[in-house]
Design a protein around this ligand. Structure first.
Ligand code: HEM
Length: 226
């Protein structure tokens, strides 16, 4: 019963919440649809945390997506041991990099009074959930060998069964607890999406490509502060 709720019902609740609240926020509170950058408050740690984090997590999510969308090609890619080792090693390095940069970003939020002031409870919830997601991912990669390979026989059919509105929870029910936590927490992250600054993930500023350019004119004289 618990498996059905966690892997067969909760994913739909999370996606429904993300879409409905996300759309509401987009149309009603458009100006809040942002990462609400704190870069102008503190730049150095933001650079060393934020830049590696984005490169690492985007590549890791791309690998998750490829194994989900093209399981056949993914299986062939990993068919040769050398390619499997290389991919697992790269994944592990990226996972550790993502984890370290995430911890750095949390340290920055807690340690810098200016940044702490603009950090809400939802921001902390989101960061905690991200740490759990990345830490469990790295733990799986480290302890349950060849996850990139068995993902195709567990996560991929489970995710496709959700897409077909015919949840087959048995694919996840047989996996170790840490995999279950990793999978459910992915949907916790999706449910947090519309309530947090994570919305910036789907805000691609395409209109910038076609909008008229802006001319910025300084009225103050050079050298004067006011
Ligand atoms: C928000 C979505 C997700 C994020 C941010 C995420 C993040 C991560 C990270 C950081 C790793 C470690 C990569 C490595 O060190 O190799 C990982 C590994 C893994 N993830 Fe996820 N994940 C997500 C969703 C999922 C879902 C829905 C599943 C399905 C059960 C899943 C299954 C796995 C598996 C099996 C591994 C181990 C891969 C390996 O051993 O190479 N992930 N994930």
């Amino acid at each position: 019963m618990m498996d059905l709720i966690l892997f067969g019902v909760f994913p739909y609740v999370a996606v429904a919440l993300a879409v409905s609240v996300g759309l509401y926020r987009y149309f009603v509170e458009r100006y809040s649809w942002s990462s609400q950058s704190s870069q102008f408050l503190e730049n150095r740690m933001q650079f060393w945390g934020g830049v590696p984090w984005h490169y690492a997590i985007i590549l890791i999510l791309l690998a998750h997506l490829l194994a989900f969308l093209l399981p056949g090609a993914w299986g062939q890619l990993l068919g040769k041991p050398v390619r499997l080792y290389l991919l697992e090693l790269t994944g592990l390095a990226l996972g550790v990099c993502a984890l370290i940069s995430l911890v750095l970003m949390m340290y920055r939020r807690a340690g810098d009074a200016r940044v702490a002031t603009v950090t809400s409870t939802v921001d902390w919830l989101l960061l905690a959930s991200l740490v759990l997601q990345v830490a469990t991912g790295v733990y799986i990669a480290f302890t349950l060998r060849w996850g990139s390979s068995w993902y195709v026989y567990t996560a991929t059919p489970w995710l496709w069964s959700l897409v077909r509105f015919d949840p087959q929870v048995q694919y996840l029910a047989v996996t170790p607890a840490v995999v279950k936590i990793h999978a459910v927490n992915a949907f916790v992250l999706i449910s947090l999406f519309p309530f947090s600054r994570l919305v910036h993930v789907v805000s691609i500023p395409l209109s910038y490509l076609s909008r008229p350019y802006q001319v910025v004119i300084w009225y103050r004289q050079r050298g004067r502060t006011m």
